[in-house]
Design a protein around this ligand. Sequence first.
Ligand SMILES: Cc1ncc(COP(=O)(O)O)c(C=O)c1O
Length: 461
Amino acid sequence: MNAMPPTNSPIIAAFIAHTPGSAENYAAAQRLFPGGVTHDSRYVRPHPLAIARAEGARKWDVDGNEYVDYAGGHGALILGHAHPAVMARVAEQLARGTHYGANHALENRWAELIQELVPSAEMVRFTSSGTEATLMALRLARAATGRTKLLRLRGHFHGWHDHMAFGVTNHFDGTPTPGVLGALADNVVFVDPNDEAGLVALLDAEGADIAAAILEPTGASYGQAPLRPAFVRRLREETARRGIVLVFDEVVTGFRVARGGAQEELGIRPDLTTLAKILAGGLPGGAVVGTRDVLELLDPERAAARGVEKVQHQGTYNANPLSAAAGIATLEIIRDTDAVARCHAYAARLRAALNDVLAEESLNWAVYGAHTGIHVFVNPKGLAIGPRNFEPLSMGYAELKIPRGNQTVTKLLLAMRTRGVDFAPWPGGPASAAHTDEDLDRTVAAFRGAIRALREEREIA
Ligand SMILES: Cc1ncc(COP(=O)(O)O)c(C=O)c1O
């Protein structure tokens, strides 16, 4: 078991005193799981929260402490926790069985809703996660083009499989992270986000070998390092011209940036789109959607008619009935209500209110983002910026994506938690449609208190 290093930080001491049950849970977890966690981004010292229950925009830890939640189920819960309509559909399905090993009507309904909402979704193939969806999309692109290489943007995250494990938080030179084949990494080429000249030069040199270009269409880590729409348009034009399959990874942005995702907002049609998170309403699930031309490579008869071998794809939990039930309930609410718009409005109000706090406290940080995104830039290099004059597009991904484990960020997260707010670790969070004015007020008060605590122990000037 890892021992917690001794600390003279009142913020850390207060967090430890506030969350004894979470500490106890973590001690057991450390005996079971590497690092005591089951997802890299849940790792935080001295210990992560152990949550016992969640509802709406709130969750409660094992000590009974209440939090305004911005983890948002890693972005899966745009309607908040345990939405009654979603829970009712899942409960109804639970009574009818959890797995048929066969086709079922719910998967048709789920796919019809996707087709209705996502502009480029001519056909659908379900997977169990976003990682599986991007893996499938790349295989389809290679099969469709007969090419091997893959173009990615530095800092963009597409899940944890071998094609994607480097160039996100480190290894920006394209060398593989531990356990990943060098031969695979050799077939992945990178450009810097927003670098149109670099993009064209790379495509001129290697475009004929590139099967797919994949990106987070609003920028790395849900717009933490935003992309210019003009860059995305250029990428669409260049890939179309060169026969490269363009993959929008909308695992986060799907059903969130707009009902039909970033592609609806940008008015750009990718060849393939990967979906997960909101898609399955908080249960596990993902999908690759896109042109009939490419998706039909999974169809035994259509592939044979084209004289090619079909692309393989299995998956025990593809289109699982429980995920389908939660997904249908969620997508119907997104289609039929103003949930997405309310979520955008809350995020905009919260960003403005948090920037007011920064201005009042004379702190050279900034809170930025678009749609439902809230990104707190803690300005580790002390750049001459402030809450009222921050332009993230003028900065690179390397400045904006602050490495995990940054001490100021960790202390901010812990100080917020002690004050009843659980920010996502980047730090910030997606807003949900369940957040209320009261949640906003609590968040603002916690942010102000956390900043003052950081100042008191001279973590920030
Ligand atoms: C943009 C993006 N793509 C893919 C994934 C991977 O999805 P999953 O965690 O469902 O495998 C994520 C997960 O956060 C993501 O943010």
